[in-house]
Design a protein around this ligand. Structure first.
Ligand SMILES: NC(=O)c1ccc[n+]([C@@H]2O[C@H](COP(=O)([O-])OP(=O)(O)OC[C@H]3O[C@@H](n4cnc5c(N)ncnc54)[C@H](O)[C@@H]3O)[C@@H](O)[C@H]2O)c1
Length: 250
């Protein structure tokens, strides 16, 4: 599947990540169908995309998005509880909860529903992509990739694209192209069995372990660790949320 052939993207899961992903793809011009389990959840997804903090209405108010573009993008997103409605999609982004079995089952289901040349990607934070793909047909393997977005998706521009030994060059190019067309900065990452997380989460976890050691040894308080990282390294969230309290904008 080549980049120019991708017009309709299916998003599995309309939660924290799925809504944001649907939003940036529709702004990029893709037709998007979001599938979740109940209409109630999907109504919430639509609110998130249209009117909440990172949604399109606020983006228009902040001057980040034109009014007409936002209106058109909102129109391009449809919402469904039926997996069969994803059948016409050339490209899928799965963003269901972080459980291997669930993701394997969702991939198997998708493999049976979409066309033979459709690309399947997962927004997993850390599961090995080849394991998620274990239940799909062998013919689908060249069309599978990871696509790890950062939260909140409309404002965090990173997308790690994770390729397995089976992923074809064409799939890698198309996945990178879809991400870049959606205004993402892409890092390519080799899928690595026996590890947990790709670039971002591995480095964050390593730094967090070191921060914990500093706190546990009584070398510095949590707040002082956060202060050091936030103001000395521009690491905006720190580790312990110390900046969240009123009057703590050091
Ligand atoms: N939240 C984050 O900061 C973050 C960041 C990067 C990646 N991720 C990854 O993104 C994925 C989703 O995380 P989230 O935070 O959006 O989770 P979430 O719980 O907010 O949303 C998941 C949604 O998937 C739906 N769902 C469950 N089974 C489904 C199915 N079979 N078909 C369709 N929808 C289904 C749920 O109803 C829910 O609405 C996880 O793999 C997570 O690790 C999360």
């Amino acid at each position: 599947m080549q980049l120019e052939q991708v017009r309709h993207v299916g998003v599995l899961g309309g939660g924290v990540m799925g809504g944001g992903i649907a939003q940036i793809l529709s702004v990029a011009g893709y037709e998007v169908t979001v599938r979740d389990l109940t209409q109630e959840i999907l109504d919430d997804t639509r609110d998130e995309v249209c009117t909440r903090r990172w949604g399109m209405k606020r983006a228009v108010e902040r001057g980040k998005l034109g009014f007409d573009l936002a209106e058109e993008a909102i129109e391009r997103i449809s919402y469904t509880t039926e997996i069969e409605d994803l059948a016409p999609c050339q490209f899928i982004i799965e963003a269901v909860p972080e459980r291997l079995e669930l993701k394997q089952d969702v991939f198997k289901e998708l493999d049976e529903v979409v066309n033979a040349d459709a690309i399947l990607t997962s927004n997993t934070s850390g599961i090995v992509i080849a394991e998620i793909a274990e239940k799909v047909s062998p013919a689908r393997l060249p069309l599978i990739c990871g696509m790890h977005f950062s939260n909140p998706v409309p404002v965090m521009r990173m997308c790690e694209v994770i390729y397995t030994p089976d992923t074809s060059e064409e799939t890698m190019d198309t996945v990178r192209g879809v991400a870049e067309k959606s205004q993402r900065v892409v890092s390519m990452v080799r899928d690595t069995p026996g590890t947990r997380g790709f670039i971002l989460n591995r480095i964050f976890a390593a730094a967090h372990r070191e921060a914990d050691k500093i706190v546990e040894a009584g070398i510095a308080s949590r707040e002082d660790v956060d202060k050091a990282m936030i103001t000395g390294r521009n690491w905006p969230t720190g580790f312990y949320g110390s900046r969240g309290g009123i009057g703590k904008q050091w």
